[in-house]
Write a protein that binds this ligand. Structure first.
Ligand code: AMP
Length: 296
């Protein structure tokens, strides 16, 4: 393997010092798939060097969530990252990331509270804190995030702006399976019949997007269209389907011609699946996402 693997903050700092020019960073929890690799490949194309972290961050999991069982495949991940031309991979343990008596965290207030934050109250505090720590260590020019976790993009962009962090945040479109299911490390939890049912999320988003393209602008009507498709799938248990402002995440309750962010969380079997898209659907590409999502 050519890729350099470092396991401690000190070793990462030393490795980072040896890199020059533009540095792209990608933060992951491992169990890598093509969604992750699309971020890495974008980082590779746009920078002189690429640093990737593989760290299942305990502080973003609530008690009772799947931290212990989260899929882990480090050797395979390292091979994939080596083949993708990554320069440095950071694979810390929780013990080196959170020293005894760790007390500091980053809270990004309002945008962390709705949607995912409503059912996972400390999740984005864990995410913002670990991303802040990783960016301090990696010191990248650009950090790449996936649209798949749209609220995460909004939270991180707000943190970077509010704390004057010297990094550009780029957003890469969601990579999907052939039936439209957004790739996710947690998809391995789906039983075969649930895997088929999971395509309902994409179908429901597309149905709403098609209605939008036909001229519908009422958030209630667009939401109803998505819910109707999900209701037809007996295995789908909807937690929320929501239309929000793509920068502030305020709920949209009146018709508008401004872009909207359609998000959903749906349980199918054990896993809780997330998906989202911008409306109009034509905006779901790298350029528009980077210009619109979380940009105030
Ligand atoms: P995770 O390992 O789930 O924390 O994801 C690491 C990064 O990969 C995050 O920025 C995610 O938004 C991104 N990501 C995960 N799945 C996808 C996907 N299907 N398409 C694009 N990016 C993704």
């Amino acid at each position: 393997m050519v890729v350099q693997i470092v396991e401690t903050p000190e070793a990462l700092r030393a490795a980072r010092k040896r890199l020059s020019g533009y540095v792209g960073a990608v933060n992951t929890m491992g169990a890598l798939h093509y969604g992750h690799l699309s971020l890495v490949s974008q980082a590779r194309d746009e920078n002189d060097a690429v640093v990737v972290s593989v760290f299942v961050n305990p502080t973003q999991f609530a008690p009772g969530e799947d931290f212990d069982n989260y899929p882990r495949s480090l050797e395979r991940d390292l091979e994939m990252l080596d083949r993708a031309g990554v320069d440095v991979v950071f694979t810390p343990t929780p013990g080196v990331m959170y020293l005894p008596h760790h007390q500091t965290s980053v809270i990004v207030d309002e945008v962390s509270q709705g949607l995912e934050g409503a059912s996972r109250p400390d999740h984005f505090r864990g995410v913002a804190t670990v991303v802040c720590k990783l960016l301090n260590l990696m010191q990248p020019t650009v950090v790449y995030f996936g649209q798949k976790d749209a609220q995460q993009v909004v939270v991180i962009r707000r943190m970077v702006r509010d704390l004057n962090m010297p990094v550009e945040v780029a957003v890469c479109p969601t990579v999907r399976e052939s039936d439209g299911l957004a790739m996710s490390s947690r998809n391995v939890y789906l039983q075969p019949d649930e895997r088929l049912a999971a395509a309902a999320l994409y179908r429901s988003m597309k149905a709403a997007a098609d209605r939008y393209d036909e001229g519908e602008r009422s958030p209630e009507a667009l939401r109803a269209t998505a819910l109707e498709v999900l209701a037809a799938e007996v295995k789908a248990r909807v937690e929320y389907v929501s239309l929000n402002h793509p920068n502030t995440l305020y709920g949209i309750h009146k018709p508008t011609d401004d872009p909207m962010l359609l998000t959903m969380a749906v349980k199918i079997g054990k896993p809780r699946l997330l998906d989202n898209c911008l409306l109009p659907y034509a905006l779901n590409n790298r350029e528009h996402l980077s210009e619109i999502l979380g940009v105030i």
